[in-house]
Ligand binder design. Structure first.
Ligand code: HEC
Ligand code: HEC
Length: 307
């Protein structure tokens, strides 16, 4: 299995040297470290559906804003999607189970590079994902974050709220060729092997607690990062590498940009704290091969705690 995945990584890196774990452009030399190889294989295969042969499209010069929309029914539909994504709980109280909104993580209304942007999103769906080993539609992906990151319930595909959300995503995808990634997609990966929770505890106290609260509970300045109102164990943010990449590029919010090791350490600390469970977690990666930072047991793999 490992040999097969490694071969896949090498084969794909020949055609697309810039592909990397969460589908983000890599800023480092390529697959060298053991853990990175496994993670790369997961996401390279996830994204390989017709896209690997293309170079990423440039980040658009002018990412569209809802305040430029005209007063048409279509404009109103896009504005409604934007409102749901930025005020998710007020818009969909029966579908959200914690204190986050979609744009708690997809910053600036999903318009900011390296902050998990939705720019060009429709150009990369439908998409095969190894996490559930099937082709995922954009609606599947919305419901993944709704259920895992917002501890909520899945919206039916034909619900007007779902149609509005997808309209906003299409609005952010104009001018991006289908089948292409976009520069600035995801967050630049942090390619480090180790994370130290005790060091992370002190990084959290000095750098994060003033906004996210001493016990991760959130404050009027920022949402919770652990506890019963935070993202679940099954959320993408619950993976140490994914969180480290997001945090290194985007936190602290008022002065972003962190030392990558500090970001790894604080991610390991935050993700070792209690949070909501995710009932279907054990069904993820049904054919095995979960990346090394997935914090729950999956087929053929038991997670190893960080230092
Ligand atoms: C706690 C943080 C968090 C919140 C809140 C969140 N997401 Fe996400 N989202 C992520 C992460 C991390 C990824 C990508 C990595 C992964 O899934 O492992 C992602 C990926 C996505 C993607 C795929 C992006 C791509 O480039 O392919 C979509 C679409 C998406 N989220 C929509 C939503 C919607 C809609 C909501 C609200 C219902 C939401 N997200 C809330 C963290 C979050
Ligand atoms: C100046 C205040 C501030 C500081 C300091 C700060 N953050 Fe944030 N953080 C925010 C805000 C604001 C958001 C959400 C943005 C939004 O809702 O538009 C956020 C979002 C997040 C999220 C995604 C949403 C969630 O709550 O799960 C994570 C994870 C996160 N921050 C981690 C950190 C970490 C780790 C640190 C310390 C290294 C840190 N932040 C420092 C303000 C801050």
């Amino acid at each position: 299995m490992i040999r097969r995945l490694t071969t896949l990584v090498l084969a794909l890196s020949a055609v697309a040297a810039c592909w990397s774990p969460d589908g983000v452009p890599s800023h480092s030399a390529g697959p060298s470290a053991r853990a990175v190889n496994v993670a790369d294989a997961e996401d390279v295969s996830a994204a390989a559906g017709g896209m690997a042969a293309h170079a990423p499209a440039p980040w658009p010069d002018n990412v569209p804003r809802v305040d430029t929309l005209s007063d048409t029914p279509h404009g109103a539909q896009i504005r409604r999607g934007h409102a749901i994504l930025t005020a998710t709980k007020d818009s969909l109280p029966q579908y959200v189970g914690n204190d986050l909104r979609c744009t708690s993580c997809h910053l600036d209304d999903g318009r900011r590079a390296n902050a998990l942007p939705w720019v060009g999103l429709m150009a990369r769906f439908p998409q095969y994902r190894t996490r559930n080993a099937k082709i995922n539609t954009i609606e599947d992906r919305v419901n993944d974050c709704l259920e895992r990151s917002l501890v909520g319930r899945a919206l039916p595909n034909d619900d007007p709220a779902m149609r509005a959300i997808v309209s906003y995503f299409a609005f952010l995808s104009n001018d991006v060729p289908v089948g292409h990634r976009v520069q600035g997609q995801g967050a630049p990966p942090v390619r480090l092997e180790t994370a130290n929770r005790a060091r992370g505890d002190s990084v959290y106290a000095t750098t994060c607690a003033r906004c996210h609260g001493a016990a991760g509970e959130g404050t009027p300045l920022a949402p919770p990062v652990w506890g019963e109102r935070a993202y679940s164990l099954g959320a993408g943010m619950g993976r140490v590498r994914t969180m480290a990449a997001f945090v290194a590029a985007n936190m602290p919010y008022d002065n972003p940009g962190m030392d990558p090791q500090d970001a790894m350490d604080v991610a390991a600390y935050v993700n070792s704290q209690p949070r909501p469970t995710f009932a279907r977690a054990a069904l993820d990666w049904p054919f095995g091969g979960a990346p090394a930072d997935v914090p729950y047991a999956t087929v053929g793999r038991t997670p190893v705690p960080w230092e």
